[in-house]
Design a protein around this ligand. Structure first.
Ligand SMILES: [Fe+2]
Ligand SMILES: [Fe+2]
Length: 369
């Protein structure tokens, strides 16, 4: 079914055009690549996988509870609206929230694909172009998978959130080649990764768990790339240039923290925007979620050398400053291990099923003799 028929509200137009500025750069140096970046490129090639075969699409998903979300987590829980809701309403609410969240993942993945392609075009060095080409393919696979999940399993999509769109717009319009890295790889991907991780680690539903674990295995490489490339580049920038980047990060963080909370869903349930915003603000879960959302961004920003006074102060005010000390390498290694462990468990299960089948067939054969 065409996506057009599944949107809760039709997007204002079927496509979105962001005017591009900046140069396409060729490099005539083909040999002098940085070891670490080329190793990451090799890994990017080795670790490609196909969502059509690696993910078990036959698993059933209840569209009215795709993630197994407990009542307490829903924003309306405990409010005057909750008391009036029937079980069916609650199922609808779960479906809308999941559709909203995975739709933002989907649009974000498309954005990531476009930013990665932009980086191929504009980054000066060939090693970074090579790597980013593998990432472009990774992001295409991710968009494909989230799209399939939404169409086949939830049957409902939300348009892109205005603020996510605004941040993508700023990121893509900027002619400086490092800005798609910073906006996309560090901010949007950092945020997405934290959200993916929360669902991966809390859902008891096998299909979304597989999707998130496998997507995160790739994202671990993407973050490593952003860190490597930006750390090298930011060492060469002046103080004034670094401050500009820090301002961009502060603004982006505020925007995503305060504006990505699914108010659109509540509006679809007839709650006026202002009240929907207030209810979202009061949600205990949102407060927890917000802090966790920064678990990947803050250590990354610190690591690439954007750690000036203003940025530090902004993070203190947001209550996330301490996250700067978390160990990103460890988190990334864990993301890769979780995906590999899931593969091993699934393989062992299939193996057990196969052995039983063979044993049954032998027993049947013996009985027939
Ligand atoms: Fe992705
Ligand atoms: Fe990514």
């Amino acid at each position: 079914m065409s996506t057009r028929d599944l949107y809760t509200t039709a997007p204002s137009s079927p496509s979105w055009q962001v005017p591009a500025t900046g140069a396409a750069r060729f490099s005539w140096e083909y040999e002098d690549g940085r070891e670490r970046l080329l190793a990451l490129y090799q890994k990017g090639k080795d670790k490609q996988w196909d969502g059509a075969t690696r993910i078990d699409w036959d698993l059933e998903v209840d569209p009215y509870d795709p993630l197994g979300t407990p009542d307490e987590v829903l924003t309306l829980h405990g409010t005057r609206h909750w008391a009036k809701m029937t079980e069916k309403d609650k199922g609808d609410l779960r479906r809308h929230y999941s559709a909203w969240q995975f739709s933002q993942f989907l649009h974000g993945e498309q954005g990531a694909m476009i930013c990665a392609a932009r980086i191929v075009e504009s980054v000066p060095d060939l090693d970074a172009k090579f790597y980013s080409a593998t990432q472009t393919m990774d992001e295409a696979r991710h968009a494909e998978i989230y799209g399939r999940f939404l169409h086949e399993k939830i049957g409902m999509l939300y348009p892109i959130n205005d603020n996510l769109r605004g941040l993508l717009d700023d990121t893509l319009r900027d002619s400086r080649w490092d800005m798609p890295y910073l906006g996309m790889q560090v901010l949007i991907e950092g945020l997405a990764l934290a959200a993916f991780g929360m669902i991966r680690d809390t859902t008891d539903k096998p299909l979304p768990k597989q999707i998130l674990a496998y997507v995160m295995q790739d994202e671990a490489r993407h973050v490593a790339f952003g860190r490597m490339a930006l750390r090298d580049y930011y060492k060469q920038l002046s103080d004034a240039e670094l401050r500009e980047r820090e301002e961009f990060v502060i603004e982006g963080c505020h925007l995503m923290r305060d504006r990505l909370r699914g108010v659109e869903v509540l509006e679809n349930f007839g709650i006026p925007r202002k009240e929907a915003e207030e209810l979202s603000e009061q949600s205990e879960f949102l407060h927890l979620f917000r802090k966790l959302l920064f678990s990947r961004i803050v250590p990354c920003v610190k690591d690439i050398g954007l750690w000036g006074e203003r940025l530090q102060k902004a993070y203190v005010d947001m209550g996330v400053f301490d996250l700067g000390d978390s160990n990103l390498d460890l988190l990334m290694t864990q993301d890769e291990e979780i995906a590999e462990r899931l593969d091993a468990e699934r393989f062992a299960q299939e193996e057990r099923a196969r052995v039983t089948e063979v044993a049954d067939a032998i027993a049947e054969g013996a009985a027939g003799e």
